[in-house]
Design a protein around this ligand. Structure first.
Ligand SMILES: [Zn+2]
Length: 137
């Protein structure tokens, strides 16, 4: 996982962190949607990096502080600033991104962006009494 010549060039008395290169494979499925999957451990490359200068306890506290964070939606190349744990349905669940299109031919099709209760996406039907599409704008 670490090239011999890289290992030999390191100062044996110095400390190093490790950044892993190639942890995921990225590909598109038939619909053109990007997917990522973990790559096998033997294909990953360890890259030694200088220490950050931040003690391990501080790093652990910082990681714990953001462990519940949720990445905002990236659907349709938009910035969905209210997803990711900012906007919630009246039932208490998160609002998630929903993209719909009008009917018609591909060139005339209009795209609409909404925020909707996450229960809507789980079942494909409204299961929350408050489920309603809110315009993303
Ligand atoms: Zn709800």
């Amino acid at each position: 996982m670490l090239l011999r010549e890289v290992l030999d060039a390191l100062d044996p008395g110095a400390e190093f962190g490790v950044v892993w290169y190639g942890k995921e494979r990225h590909h598109k499925n038939r619909a053109g949607t990007r997917k990522s999957s973990p790559s096998p451990h033997k294909e990953r490359v360890a890259v030694p990096v200088p220490p950050s200068g931040i003690d391990a306890a501080t790093v652990a506290r910082a990681r714990a502080a953001i462990s519940d964070n949720v990445r905002p939606a990236k659907a349709d190349g938009r910035v969905w600033s209210l997803t990711g744990g900012v906007a919630f349905c009246a039932c208490g669940r998160r609002l998630v991104a929903k993209r719909t299109t009008s009917g018609g031919s591909a060139g005339r099709r209009k795209v609409y962006h909404y925020l909707v209760c996450s229960t809507y996406l789980d079942s494909g039907e409204a299961t929350c009494e408050h489920t309603r599409c809110h315009r993303a704008g």
